[in-house]
Write a new protein. Structure first.
Length: 168
């Protein structure tokens, strides 16, 4: 069966990769669908996120990375995707994802499989990783090494000293 692991992945975390790897062990083909989430304040371009995910998933032969424009349910219908795989960290994730799963099922008949995140990643979110990195904190235990580097570049670009043109 072909499944999709959708998200904004801004940036990809080790928690995301845990869900993707588990899906890759369980299904014939996994698409990592990278979308534009207009409700989130993004740090990386779509192209950068696609590139990071492609690198992160390079060792998984049955995983491909693809952008999603428009509705996830429509992408699934157009690309023969049989199920959506999502990770859950908290009970509040379940409340939101259940509503989305029911809507996607109603729209196109696609099922959603909800995987509980591994305990070691339950507190990790892209939002927190971005905030810590932009404040020059250490996020190396939460993301792949190449993502740490990309975050450091972004943090340097957005540094208050750089924006004001002064150094302390």
């Amino acid at each position: 069966m072909k499944v999709i692991c959708p998200g904004s992945f801004d940036p990809v975390t080790l928690g995301h990769l845990d869900i993707i790897e588990r899906a890759a062990r369980s299904f014939d083909e996994v698409v990592v669908g990278v979308g534009r989430n207009t409700s989130k304040n993004g740090l990386f371009s779509l192209e950068d996120r696609l590139s990071m995910l492609t690198q992160a998933c390079a060792a998984l032969p049955n995983v491909t990375v693809d952008p999603i424009d428009g509705l996830l349910a429509e992408y699934c219908r157009e690309h023969g995707v049989g199920a959506i795989v999502k990770g859950l960290r908290f009970a509040s994730d379940f409340d939101y994802e259940l509503q989305m799963a029911q809507m996607n099922k109603q729209l196109t008949g696609v099922e959603t499989i909800l995987l509980p995140t591994a305990a070691q990643w339950s507190f990790v979110s892209s939002t927190l990783v971005r905030e810590i990195a932009l404040m020059h904190g250490d996020v190396s235990t939460f993301v792949p090494d190449f993502v740490v580097t990309a975050l450091e570049v972004q943090a340097a670009r957005r540094s208050p000293e750089r924006e004001s043109g002064s150094r302390r």
